[in-house]
Design a protein around this ligand. Structure first.
Ligand code: AHM
Ligand code: MG
Length: 279
């Protein structure tokens, strides 16, 4: 596991350097989900692949930017699933973006997720690594320094919700309004790493990306976006759901690029959501 964490640290340092000299151009390719790939998405994916190709304990890599899993060492134990550059369409406006990593043992399923991590490329480079508990690291003078353990309060104040409101269900609309009626404040940048990081560091709130009329399975991807963050939020004392199950970690992984509606928050917001569904 240590060599995997070392590779994650090295990848995030390299990507943060790449972003300083960013080429915002698009390639002529689309990824599996149909997004036109930025040169930066592709380069970040290549950097991570290069770094992990020397890591003996990794059996395979699954990336948002690769159609298929890439086999590395057949007899190794771990599969690393990652989004190399989450929120990449915001690089041109100089917003914070990130990378997300889920580390699975033997098989890609929620139960086999043994650790996850994400990097935030903002004014500073920060990394959150979560085995048993989420620890925040800051990159300073050439190394990552542990800052603190991250914990969510029982209830938060922030409300971040994605997709076009045009496609929201009546239920989702009502729930989001009910939080604003409780004085929650709107926060949504369009990069889930930055938005979930803000909620974690400010102590709580809700991040949601719901099912919509045009995307009934939502937008965010199970293996390399949703499960890694669900793992971190639950270890931080929060809760998660797809709107039905009592945890996102109950989801079955049907295929590597599958998407799901998702809600991450403090315990209060998630139990309010699930409670309202039962009424
Ligand atoms: P990306 O991984 O291609 O950058 O897309 C994922 C992003 C999330 O980071 C963000 O929460 C969401 O897409 C924003 O989508 P929308 O503009 O529909 O709210
Ligand atoms: Mg993403």
């Amino acid at each position: 596991m240590n060599e995997i964490l070392k590779a994650i640290k090295e990848s995030s340092i390299k990507i943060s350097e790449l972003l300083k000299d960013a080429d915002f151009g698009y390639t002529s390719h689309t990824n599996h989900t149909g997004d036109t790939q930025l040169k930066l998405d592709v380069r970040s994916d290549e950097l991570i692949t290069e770094i992990f190709s020397g890591v003996k304990s990794v059996k395979a890599l699954i990336s948002e930017e690769k159609d298929e899993a890439l086999s590395l060492n057949e007899d190794a134990d771990f599969i690393v699933a990652y989004d190399p550059l989450d929120g990449s369409s915001l690089v041109d406006v100089n917003f914070a973006v990130g990378s997300i990593f889920g580390i699975y043992k033997n098989k890609v399923s929620a139960k086999n997720l043994v650790a996850s991590a994400y990097a935030v490329y903002g004014p500073r480079l920060e990394l959150v690594i979560c085995g048993d508990k989420p620890i925040l690291y800051r990159y300073k003078n050439g190394e990552f320094v542990a800052v603190k353990e991250l914990k969510l309060n029982e209830k938060g104040k922030l409300n971040a919700t994605g997709a076009s409101q045009w496609g929201w269900s009546k239920e989702h609309r009502k729930f989001i309004k009910s939080l604003f009626d409780e004085k929650y404040r709107l926060r949504y940048s369009g990069a889930m790493v930055a938005d979930l990081h803000q909620i974690l560091l400010k102590g709580g709130g809700l991040f949601s990306y719901p099912a919509t009329t045009d995307a009934p399975n939502g937008k965010l991807r199970v293996t390399f976006e949703v499960l890694p963050f669900a793992y971190i939020y639950e270890k931080a004392g929060g809760a998660t759901t797809d709107g039905k199950n009592s945890s996102l970690l109950e989801l079955e992984v049907k295929q590597i690029h599958a998407t799901t509606p998702c809600y991450f928050g403090s315990k209060y917001e998630i139990s309010k959501l699930l409670g309202e569904k039962c009424e």
